[in-house]
Design a protein around this ligand. Structure first.
Ligand code: SAH
Length: 391
């Protein structure tokens, strides 16, 4: 294995188990590794400190282990077995739920790897070249750990790998292929589009927040803005909403939402869906909504886009505050990793003040337990939300 030597003092974050090594920390390399190759990392004093995947870019090494161990199928089996045990503890693998995240990158000490489970199909996503190159042994390890619970493994990394690496990767099955495309979250069914859907096909990170929404839905007129596959909509319907309107700018998302609502509530006239831009829709809407969900895409993908993103959250939430009925409930989210909890809250605070509404925070929401945050890697925290009572 090729070796990387750090500059003096640059081992400090690694001693605190932070799993990334930035290019500026590297003094020299025994020989330039290929992208995705496993490397051993040493301090300026030639002391072993970590093993990881090498990649060209600002994060040059993603650490797989701080113990001097071989990264082979058995290594992945050990990591996956722990990940599975965590999900068993949380309780997402039982009863009427078969949709959950099994591996959440750094949160499960597997930087660059995401695995979501939908029934007996696993959807695997590599965000680093190293994980891409290891995909076959990871698939074998996954099968070994999950046994007959997993019959299909779909690999979906076309959009998540650095295109400059020119890997020519294609989405496709690494195992099986004969899938049932209907999965279940807390007893509600939905179609999953492995091939074309965003992320791994469904946003599994809103499960707990959707359950909370269900409890608030009885008798309410609900607007689910940025509905994508309609998750919040069918929970609201089960919660006894009087009507539910789903909006997304993508016609495909609207078709998915309609199909998913139909799957759970056939011929239910309470639901309608509109393919429209959020701002345009909110500007002219007439329905007196008293429960609004705002779950927009990440406004800031990078730190430099932060200011504009915060303005975007303020503008969006202001519209909702202006339109929501007295006594209304607003579920508002940000999934931008670059926007922290306090920044998001202050953007919403500004929106409330601009609209001149009296607003109470009822709940502060975050990502669910199957998207764990490695305590040494606070960057893993991304989803935040507020549930507000608007007087
Ligand atoms: N709430 C969803 C996830 C939302 S993802 C869930 O629970 O699964 C964000 C969605 O916003 C995407 O479906 C995207 O098509 C939609 N979107 C992006 N820009 C938009 C805009 N300007 N107006 C309306 N929808 C938009």
């Amino acid at each position: 294995m090729k070796s990387i030597f750090l500059k003096r003092g640059k081992d400090e974050s690694l001693r605190r188990f932070h799993p990334w090594i930035f290019s500026g920390a590297i003094q020299r390399m025994s020989e330039e590794p290929e992208e995705g190759e496993k490397v051993m990392v040493f301090t300026s004093e030639n002391e072993y400190i970590a093993t990881g995947h090498f990649q060209i870019g600002s994060i040059m090494v993603r650490v797989l282990s701080f113990d001097n161990e071989t990264i082979d199928q058995s290594f992945y089996e050990r990591r996956l077995a722990t990940a599975k045990d965590v999900r068993r503890c949380i309780g997402v693998m039982d009863g009427d739920n078969n949709t959950y995240r099994l591996v959440h990158g750094e949160g499960d000490n597997l930087p660059g790897l995401v695995i979501d489970i939908y029934g007996n199909t696993a959807v695997m996503q590599a965000h680093s070249v190293g994980m891409h190159l290891d995909r076959q042994i990871i698939a074998q390890a996954l099968k070994a750990v999950m046994g007959d619970d997993i019959l299909n493994i779909f690999y979906k990394s076309e959009a998540t790998l650095p295109f400059k690496a020119e890997l020519g990767q294609e989405n496709g099955f690494l195992l099986g292929g004969d899938t049932d495309d209907v999965a279940m979250e807390n007893g509600l069914k939905f179609h999953v589009d492995w091939l074309k859907g965003q992320k791994t096909g469904f946003f599994v990170d809103q499960r707990d927040n959707r359950s909370l929404l269900e409890q608030y839905s009885k008798g309410r007129k609900v607007l689910n803005m940025f509905c994508y596959t309609g998750g919040f909509s069918f929970y609201a319907m089960r919660g006894g909403a009087e009507l539910v309107h789903s909006v997304d700018s993508s016609q495909k998302a609207i078709d998915l939402t309609k199909a998913n609502v139909e799957l759970n509530f056939p011929n239910d006239k309470r639901h309608e869906a509109y393919a429209e831009d959020a701002f345009k829709f909110m500007e002219k809407m007439q329905t007196p909504y008293d429960l609004i969900i705002l779950d927009p895409p990440a406004f800031a993908k990078h730190k430099d886009a932060l200011r504009n993103a915060l303005k975007g959250y303020t503008r969006l939430n202001r519209k909702a505050f202006e339109k929501i009925q007295p006594g209304g409930i607003l579920f508002t989210f940000s999934c931008s990793q670059a926007v922290n909890k306090d920044q998001f809250r202050s953007a919403v605070f500004t929106a409330a003040a601009q609209a001149g509404r009296n607003v109470r925070i009822l709940h502060q929401l975050h990502q669910p337990a199957d998207h764990p945050i490695n305590i040494y890697h606070p960057e893993g925290e991304y989803l935040k939300g507020l549930v507000l009572y608007v007087e």
